[in-house]
Design a protein around this ligand. Structure first.
Ligand code: ZN
Length: 151
């Protein structure tokens, strides 16, 4: 009982603490790539999620960079990619300044959602259970990314 109360208290305090950051978080979402599919738009602008194990990028092992499918912003290096087994492309770190984050309380969970810092499009959620020294796991919808191999 006491433990449950403490958990609720901690969650509430965290929400209060984080609220000002969410208020400060204001990015205008803007469609830049006119060739986006309906599925891509649903994820990028309505915070949808693609079906796990459907992204061709799960098998992508070449060296290069992952860019925002909407605006082309460079987001991840292939060096940070790893197989998390979740069915979504996963990365241990993002390139500096690539994203802005916001706490998301949907589905009864407290998760950190991230958006492209340049165009505001939703990309995925970041968790603190990554296997590398960063401890981060950026769980990214493959449809939001465009991979450009190193030439
Ligand atoms: Zn973008």
């Amino acid at each position: 009982m006491r433990r449950k109360f403490l958990k609720i208290l901690t969650t509430s305090l965290t929400a209060i603490f984080i609220a000002p950051f969410n208020l400060a978080y204001a990015v205008t979402k803007k469609i830049i790539n006119k060739n986006l599919t309906e599925e891509q738009k649903d994820i990028l602008f309505n915070e949808g999620t693609e079906k796990p194990f459907t992204s061709a990028l799960l098998q992508e092992n070449r060296k290069g960079f992952y860019h925002c499918a909407n605006c082309g912003n460079k987001l991840f290096s292939s060096e940070a990619k790893f197989d998390s087994g979740t069915g979504w492309p996963s990365f241990s770190e993002a390139l500096p300044g690539a994203f802005k984050t916001k706490v998301d309380f949907s589905f009864g969970m407290m998760r950190t959602e991230y958006h492209c810092a340049k165009c505001g499009a939703h990309h995925g959620h970041v968790f603190n259970d990554g296997p590398t020294t960063t401890k981060k796991r950026f769980c990214n919808n493959g449809l939001c990314l465009i991979f450009k191999p190193e030439t």
